[in-house]
Design a protein around this ligand. Structure first.
Ligand code: HPA
Ligand code: ZN
Length: 352
């Protein structure tokens, strides 16, 4: 056993296949995951039973069969329906803790996690219930698994800016638990500029900003997110390759992309993984990271996303190292924290 590795990292050295071993063991961060998208079918069933919520499906296999999407909206319809089983603080706690266990199994040391409060407050579940359940699990994750986390509160872009303002107000008592605001849900027809005022208000309150843009939407949406919402990171952003000036701007401003390969295939952003543009994004000089988005719906957590792109596009070990290093560099951690994690990453790679 190499002294430079943690006990946890040494466990990964037992994985037989070298690529799996490297990908599972390499220290990394996840910067694009929706906590509601980590709700596994088994837990969905357990919570439906516990809360007496009727589900459309009779068995877990039926749920899995329903996960055939042809675009973002066809996924969102099922994703919001799944979220109906989340009622109590314990439900949010259980869901979050099982995600943190997954991070530990894949040596993900840091996660910046989206939550969608409007999905729950619109159903009569209080903001307090949602964030308290999530936060209690994050406390345990920090102690038990040593995983650091930050929360990003997303505004649902299919709702009005007024509704976003209401949730920003409701979040005020919990300001110390939330690092950033984001923008998710149905992209086409809901450009970032629709939320100009609420992002300005969030920035005045001290929140950092990110936004989903350029997943299904055109490069103009990425421009708007940068110039109007003044975001620090673009979620997805894969359509930036259609606009050379935009690529230059993202590089000049050092704005990273949180790419979610399995999500992009499941939602038909690309036909198959071999057609994914992640290699071109990296070659163009962009700060690219690999993330899971909604792992319970798209067939894999972070490690499975790395594996899928590596296998389809023959990424090298150097590429994997770059992606893992970018995941820390693109995070909202302090410089010291970033350096600390990158040292651990370097130790792992040097002893491999
Ligand atoms: N895009 C937009 N909204 C979402 C997504 C996504 O990939 N996942 C959950 N909400
Ligand atoms: Zn997303």
């Amino acid at each position: 056993m190499d002294e430079a590795l943690s006990a946890q990292e040494s466990i990964f050295l037992n994985i037989k296949d070298p690529l799996h071993r490297f990908i599972h063991g390499i220290p990394k961060a996840e910067l694009h995951v929706h906590i509601e998208g980590t709700l596994e079918p088994k837990l969905m069933f357990d919570l439906a039973k516990r809360n007496n919520v009727a589900l459309k499906y009779k068995t877990i296999d039926e749920v899995k069969e329903a996960y055939q999407f042809h675009n973002l909206q066809s996924f969102l319809d099922i994703y919001y329906e799944g979220a109906n089983v989340l009622i109590t603080e314990q439900d949010f706690f259980d869901m979050t803790l099982s995600y943190l266990q997954k991070l530990n199994e894949q040596n993900v040391l840091h996660a910046e996690i989206f939550f969608d409060p409007q999905t729950h407050t619109e159903r009569g579940v209080s903001f307090d219930t949602v964030i308290s359940g999530i936060n209690k699990a994050l406390d345990i994750g920090r102690e038990k698994y040593k995983v650091s986390t930050k929360l990003i509160m997303c505004f649902l872009r299919h709702l009005s800016e007024e509704s976003a303002f209401e949730i920003l107000e409701e979040a005020k008592p919990f300001k110390n638990l939330i690092h950033a605001v984001g923008l998710d849900s149905s992209e086409l027809g809901n450009p970032p500029s629709k939320f100009l005022n609420v992002f300005k208000a969030a920035s005045d309150l001290g929140y950092v900003s990110v936004a989903h843009a350029g997943e299904e939407g055109p490069p103009e949406y990425i421009w708007e997110a940068i110039e109007k919402l003044r975001i620090k990171r673009i979620d997805h952003g894969v359509r930036c390759l259609e606009d050379l000036n935009l690529i230059c701007e993202l590089i000049t401003r050092q704005i990273p992309l949180t790419v979610c390969p399995l999500s992009n295939i499941k939602l038909a952003v690309f036909n198959d993984m071999k057609s994914h543009n992640i290699k071109e994004l990296m070659k163009a000089g962009l700060i690219v990271t690999v993330n899971s988005d909604d792992p319970a719906y798209f067939g894999g957590y972070v490690a499975e996303n790395y594996l899928a792109v590596c296998e389809a596009l023959q990424l090298s070990k150097d590429d994997i190292y770059t992606l893992a290093k970018n995941s820390f560099l693109a995070s909202f951690l302090s410089e010291d924290e970033k350096n600390n994690y990158i040292n651990r990453l370097d130790n792992f790679v040097n002893s491999f």
